[in-house]
Design a protein around this ligand. Structure first.
Ligand SMILES: Cc1cc2nc3c(=O)[nH]c(=O)nc-3n(C[C@H](O)[C@H](O)[C@H](O)COP(=O)(O)OP(=O)(O)OC[C@H]3O[C@@H](n4cnc5c(N)ncnc54)[C@H](O)[C@@H]3O)c2cc1C
Length: 422
């Protein structure tokens, strides 16, 4: 019997095997369910087509903003919803369930660009940018990565030089989500005046700002990343974010964004599981639903097990964030865990769907591909592992330690041995 791609019914409650629902407030459940209904009604029906065509769903942008998910946990005075961090996370998981690409748009708009302005900007900058960005009337991007500075952003080459009462920015950024369609670019650059890394708002109509979409991606196809070139971008002095004082300032922003990305992993895993479960109950082989075979059940059980643990971890991390008690290293572990587990769940679901598992219409393959991007951005799995490793051992293992005696001592053992050999 052929199982059609709409096997996974929409309009159902979120999977909840271990009753995590009881850990949520009424408001959090309501927020999750509203975003879930929006995603089922508006995002899911067209998501696979946008992904296939590598097009961004511009027609959904304002409606997405109207859900209040952008900057969802920021204060109402900035036009944001003022949700708890748990509610914000639950909403992200729902969005990612419907489209990994739209969730990535959110991580850039809300998790990075708005978060940088919120954490590091002046009151005027916050009032100017956050309300329209919350509604998606304005779009932001976040330029940290460069062609030669990925996991090691401290080696960035982009410069900001003081000039005419402002700054001139020169340099290149790569992999920048929304870079080609943004109103404002939040750009990290090495400053000449204090030789530190600072953060600047460069509006995209600046004549020196050029962005080109990276073509032919096999992951995150319905959202665009760009290569940005900035050639003598003159910006006023008040376009510098005053609280960005060195590379360490990126940490508060990345911690916020990584938190959201971890919930994204959970959301994509949920969709894969729901699809696999529904498919296994309908698909018949050897005269019975494949869900009746022990090996298939084992795969489904492995999925729900990982998902249930990730749900518990996610809510716990959200509660810590709500009480301002979230250690950045634990967020690294949170991102690592949820995304790695989501990759595992997606691969198992793909297997349960047999050949249909690789057809885009069934959406599991799209999640599998999208999770590859998520595995790499917001700190690769390796980099987040090293952050956790440093936190538990107290030893930094990002770069090999320099050899203790790089040059053999003149007249020392090594030199004497060489003389002997001659
Ligand atoms: C879909 C997508 C969207 C993105 N969006 C943005 C964005 O909006 N803004 C932005 O600024 N950036 C963005 N990025 C860039 C992203 O942050 C970088 O890709 C990431 O930091 C890794 O950098 P890299 O790709 O240069 O890989 P590299 O740093 O070159 O790493 C290559 C490999 O080496 C490993 N590695 C590196 N250093 C170490 C080490 N010390 N020890 C062990 N292993 C190591 C890595 O884990 C990885 O496996 C995005 C990337 C993707 C894929």
């Amino acid at each position: 019997m052929t199982v059609t791609p709409d096997v996974r019914q929409r309009g159902t409650p979120q999977v909840d095997f271990i009753n995590v629902n009881r850990l949520l407030s009424d408001e959090e459940r309501e927020t999750r369910d509203k975003v879930r209904a929006f995603v089922d009604e508006k995002v899911v029906p067209t998501a696979a087509e946008y992904w296939d065509k590598a097009q961004f769903p511009f027609d959904l942008l304002l409606e997405l903003g109207a859900t209040r998910i952008m900057g969802g946990s920021f204060e109402k005075e900035y036009g944001c919803a003022g949700w708890s961090d748990v509610a914000y996370g639950l909403a992200i998981a729902e969005l990612a369930r419907g489209s990994g690409s739209l969730a990535t748009f959110l991580h850039v708009q809300s998790g990075l660009a708005m978060a940088a302005i919120h954490a590091l900007g002046s009151e005027e900058q916050k009032q100017q940018w956050l309300p329209p960005m919350a509604k998606c009337e304005k779009v932001g991007c976040f330029g940290l990565t460069e062609p030669d500075a990925g996991s090691d952003p401290g080696s960035m080459a982009t410069t900001a030089v003081v000039s005419d009462g402002g700054y001139v920015i020169n340099g290149e950024k790569r992999w920048i989500g929304n870079g080609s369609m943004c109103d404002v670019a939040v750009i990290w650059a090495r400053t000449e005046d204090d030789n530190r890394i600072g953060c600047f708002l460069v509006e995209s109509d600046n004549p020196g700002y050029h962005a080109e979409v990276l073509p032919r991606k096999g992951s995150q196809r319905a959202v665009w990343q760009s290569h940005i070139a900035m050639e003598d971008c003159h910006i006023p002095e008040d376009a510098r974010l005053p609280e960005a004082k060195g590379l360490g300032s990126t940490l508060s922003v990345l911690t916020h964004s990584r938190y959201g990305v971890a919930w994204d992993g959970l959301g994509q895993a949920l969709d894969c599981y729901e699809t696999a479960l529904a498919y296994a109950k309908e698909r018949e082989q050897f005269g019975q639903p494949i869900a009746s075979f022990q090996l298939v059940q084992q795969k489904l059980v492995e999925m729900i097990n990982e998902i249930s643990l990730a749900q518990l971890l996610s809510i716990h991390m959200g509660r810590l964030k709500d009480s301002d008690d979230l250690d950045p290293a634990t967020v690294s572990m949170f991102k690592m865990n949820n995304v790695a587990k989501a990759r595992k769940v997606a691969a198992l679901a793909r297997d349960v769907l047999g050949g249909n598992g690789i057809l885009l219409d069934y959406r599991v393959m799209e999640h599998m591909a999208d999770l590859e991007g998520v595995y790499t951005y917001e700190g690769t799995n390796d980099v987040n592992t090293l952050i956790v490793g440093q936190a538990i051992t107290g030893i930094k293992a990002f770069a090999p330690a320099p050899p203790e005696n790089p040059e053999p001592e003149k007249g020392g053992k090594a030199e004497r041995a060489e003389e002997k050999a001659e």
